[in-house]
Ligand binder design. Structure first.
Ligand code: GDP
Length: 139
């Protein structure tokens, strides 16, 4: 299995509900290593840039408003097969469809306010990591 890096965001809903510690505990228990971390409050423009692939979707205005509504913790995680494995540990986008014990099953309140982001492919991961972190900050 390749060692990969992926980007995760503990979204404003989970931050507000004080689940940051719970979520990091799950990530560490699943052998992800934190190689960079930043507490951010995204501007609307930054949220729109991050989610630009979804700009034509009907939920884009509401998603970007949500993502810029409060503090969020952005991290780069490293581990074997990290990109696909994080997606498994997160669970399905819609918590109603997420497997038991996944982060979204445990902490998401709906398809939009779903607690956590994780990159979905190697190219996306590289792009998303670069959106938040200069190479020099990856430890
Ligand atoms: P992810 O990769 O599982 O995060 O899902 P997507 O890339 O498809 O969507 C990005 C984010 O947009 C999701 O994590 C949700 O916060 C939000 N989202 C996705 N689908 C919907 C939807 O149908 N309605 C709403 N309101 N938000 C959505």
């Amino acid at each position: 299995m390749p060692i990969e890096r992926t980007l995760t965001i503990i979204k404003p809903d989970a931050f507000e509900a004080r689940h940051v510690g719970d979520i990091i505990k799950i990530l560490e228990a699943n052998h992800f290593r934190i190689v960079a971390a930043r507490l951010v409050r995204l501007s609307r423009r930054e949220a729109e840039g991050f989610y630009k692939i979804h700009r034509a979707k009907p939920f884009f205005p509401s998603l970007t408003e949500f993502m810029s509504s409060g503090p969020a913790l952005v991290m780069v995680l490293e581990g074997e097969n990290a990109i696909a494995r994080l997606r498994e540990v997160m669970g399905a986008t819609d918590p109603a469809k997420a497997a038991p014990e996944t982060i979204r099953k445990l902490y998401a309140s709906g398809i939009e306010h779903n607690a956590i982001h994780g990159s979905d492919a190697p190219q996306t991961a590289a792009c998303e990591i670069g959106y938040f972190f200069p190479e020099v900050e990856l430890i």
